[in-house]
Design a protein around this ligand. Sequence first.
Ligand code: NI
Length: 138
Amino acid sequence: MLERIGISLERSLLEQFDELIERKGYVNRSEAVRDLIRDQLVQRQWSESERGEQVAVVAIVYDHESSSLAQKLTHIQHENHQAVVSALHVHMDAHNCLEVLVLRGRAGEILQMADSLVATRGVKYGKVLPATTGEALR
Ligand code: NI
């Protein structure tokens, strides 16, 4: 059953939001707000889940010319080799590498590994994406 809610927010914020969701191809605000809410709920459920295995995707961008950095990143992966389901390496340009890892394990453990990869000095960009089937979301 659908419930209707009203939201108050600044006009400029709403204008930016409308611009954003139009660019993303949403047909209306409701669908966009639903997705934002689901995204938050999935993230919370994921990180609070104590039971079973979880899956996450980690993306990092770094300069491969720093050989000690590349070694460090590989070292972290080998230390946690059982959690690394798959690794994809893309040579983005003459200097930068993109690495995308799929991790599987207990939420706390794979988050710790993902955080240490992203936080490694020299990593220019890093993002952790909890993956879920969204089963618990109605
Ligand atoms: Ni590369």
